[in-house]
Design a protein around this ligand. Structure first.
Ligand SMILES: Cc1cc2nc3c(=O)[nH]c(=O)nc-3n(C[C@H](O)[C@H](O)[C@H](O)COP(=O)(O)O)c2cc1C
Length: 193
């Protein structure tokens, strides 16, 4: 059986980098993994680490150059590079663009290019405005063909009541379901036990 060709698109939710790296490592054992980074994810040094290290780590995990520009992302659709594309973590910024047909970054271009083949995109949200400004965009994408969500929950209902985060431990199972045309359920998780 040929390995699943999975694109992993990482956006600028910098606090999530430490969670996605080990998951990417595990996925790389079973899938042919290629990483994509938004310009912000690939270029910003923050209090969570330096951009160069994150890029290098993804290059090591996948054994391939990271796709970091719109011209590098454009062939994803025409060359049918992936069976499935996961945006994990997906920022509120990228989520809003995807919901509104904007493709002005590497990750949004990757999604647009991949979706033209009618193949699944899996979104793992990580955003403080999920139940605020971005609630309508989540609703829009929940109802969009070929888009699937990694189940998510409020991560700090008292401290950050509008914040929601996908449970990245469910990424692999969500991808498997999406490849069968199914949304993993329940898509809204209860409080972490
Ligand atoms: C330290 C730091 C942490 C951030 N964490 C998040 C986050 O968890 N979720 C989010 O939606 N945006 C977060 N942002 C804001 C995004 O990086 C910003 O909206 C950026 O424009 C996203 O670009 P992208 O969607 O192209 O990656 C963070 C920014 C910084 C500097």
């Amino acid at each position: 059986m040929p390995k699943t060709k999975l694109g992993l698109a990482v956006c600028g939710s910098f606090c999530t980098f430490s969670k996605i790296m080990p998951i990417a490592e595990a996925i790389a054992e079973d899938c042919e993994l290629t990483a994509i980074m938004s310009e912000n994810a690939a270029g910003m040094d923050t209090r969570f680490g330096c951009a160069e290290n994150a890029r290098e780590r993804l290059r090591e995990i996948t054994g391939r150059d990271v796709i970091c520009t719109i011209p590098e992302a454009e062939p994803i659709g025409p060359k049918q590079l992936f069976d499935v594309l996961a945006v994990a973590p997906c920022t509120g910024n990228t989520l809003a663009k995807l919901a509104n047909g904007i493709a002005d970054s590497t990750v949004t271009m990757a999604c647009k290019s991949h979706l033209r083949n009618g193949r699944p995109v899996v979104i793992a949200i990580s955003t403080n405005d999920a139940l605020g400004t971005n609630a309508k965009n989540i609703g829009e994408l929940l109802n969009r063909k070929n888009i699937y969500f990694v189940p998510f929950r409020q991560d700090d209902p008292q401290g950050k009541p509008n914040s929601m985060i996908s449970d990245l431990s469910l990424l692999k199972d969500t991808v498997a379901a999406a490849l069968e045309g199914r949304q993993m359920e329940p898509v809204i998780l209860g409080p972490r036990g």
